[in-house]
Design a protein around this ligand. Structure first.
Ligand code: 1CP
Length: 341
């Protein structure tokens, strides 16, 4: 029997709405903070036993229907010869960002073995995960990863990225093609190691107009998603992506992730019968049980039961009380089997 999560991804009958949460493992959990006191973030990612432990622990504590591998969308940039670090409080840093056509022309071809530690972690998680629970592999979409490579870190306006994109079409194509090809190998490696579904994060694609998205981004995300085995469900998520939902679906997504600013019932209308994932505002988890229950019920109602995977509309924030997250998952499990299906 397929897992509940996989059946929902394929729009097959489900007995309740499956639930998992973006950033379900992370600094809001005391056990994670304890590990982080002893190891850097990159050390956690690169030691398969530790990455597997973090993945499995969060899944077990929350009792969610899928585990997502503990890793990061930026690990892949090390395979391009870039120097990645995570500064305390400031997020990711790439010390020599890619700003010129010459730098981009010199990028090496990525080898699949470069990320072997990730595939090892996938194998360890799959070995210890209950069989009714899915394991989601993931990667960043070419645009979102390119934005970090070009900006050198997080950004609000993506000015360097956009300048390159608008003025240097050949360099842009080379960078996006290099990232797309590397991502295909990376996701295939995760699938071969035991991931039964994947999520492609294009977190920052919403900074582009639909026209520019279609011209500069879509072909590369489409290449990634259509190069993976058809039997593995693919979820495609972007923040601020209301106007891009149909294009993101057309990239080859089986499920479209919806952010918390987009009404979920409206998203469903845009997407026809294609399943959706989302979209509770992560800020709701900073409130009280009654508020959480009310908003969760509203999301379940808009999601319509069949073809809905419950999630947040972006990642859990660090200040979130763990008990609220557990309460959310319990509420989804109870309410989605009685009220809607
Ligand atoms: O200090 C710490 O302990 C590190 C914090 C942290 C964590 C826990 C980072 C740094 N990454 C992660 C794990 C992570 N990142 C996961 C693990 C699995 C899970 O969800 O439980 C996943 C799926 C990601 C994906 C990721 N990383 C995205 C896409 C999702 C999203 O949030 O939009 C992005 C944009 C990143 C980059 C990144 N890595 C870390 C930070 C703080 C950031 C974001 C910085 C920014 O806002 O630009």
């Amino acid at each position: 029997m397929e897992t509940l999560f996989l059946r929902a991804c394929r729009n097959q009958p489900i007995e309740r709405v499956p639930v998992w949460l973006m950033r379900q493992a992370g600094r809001y959990m005391a056990e994670y903070r304890d590990l982080r006191a002893r190891y850097s973030f990159l050390e956690l990612c690169k030691q398969p036993e530790l990455a597997a432990e973090v993945t499995l622990h969060a899944r077990q504590v929350l009792q969610v229907d899928a585990a997502i591998l503990f890793a990061d969308i930026l690990l892949i940039v090390e395979c391009l010869g870039l120097n990645l670090s995570f500064q305390k409080g400031d997020g990711p840093c790439i010390s020599e960002p890619l700003r010129t056509g010459e730098q981009i022309a010199r990028l090496p071809k990525v080898e699949v073995a470069d990320l072997d530690y990730v595939y090892q972690a996938v194998r360890l998680v799959r070995r210890d995960l209950p069989e009714e629970i899915s394991l989601i592999g993931f990667a960043g979409a070419p645009f979102t990863v390119a934005s970090y490579c070009v900006e050198g870190g997080s950004s609000r306006e993506f000015l360097h990225t956009k300048r390159l994109m608008y003025t240097q079409p050949q360099a842009w194509d080379r960078l996006m093609t290099t990232l797309a090809d590397a991502t295909i190998l990376y996701l295939r490696g995760q699938i071969e190691a035991g991931a039964d579904s994947i999520q492609l994060f294009d977190s920052w694609a919403g900074c582009l107009s639909p026209h520019d998205y279609r011209k500069y981004v879509k072909p590369y995300s489409q290449k990634v998603l259509t190069s993976l085995p058809t039997e593995v469900p693919k979820i495609h998520f972007g923040r601020g992506s209301a106007l891009l939902l149909q294009d993101m679906a057309e990239c080859g997504a089986d499920v479209v992730g919806v952010d918390f600013m987009t009404p979920l019932d409206w998203a469903r209308q845009q997407l026809g019968s294609r399943p959706v994932q989302g979209n509770l505002d992560p800020a709701i988890l900073l409130t009280d049980r009654e508020t959480i229950r009310n908003h969760t019920e509203a999301v379940l109602k808009q999601g319509g039961g069949q073809g809905h995977i419950f999630n947040l509309g972006h990642g859990i924030v660090q200040q979130t009380p763990v008990d609220n997250v557990k309460f959310l998952v319990e509420t989804v499990r109870e309410q989605s089997s009685v009220s809607f299906l």
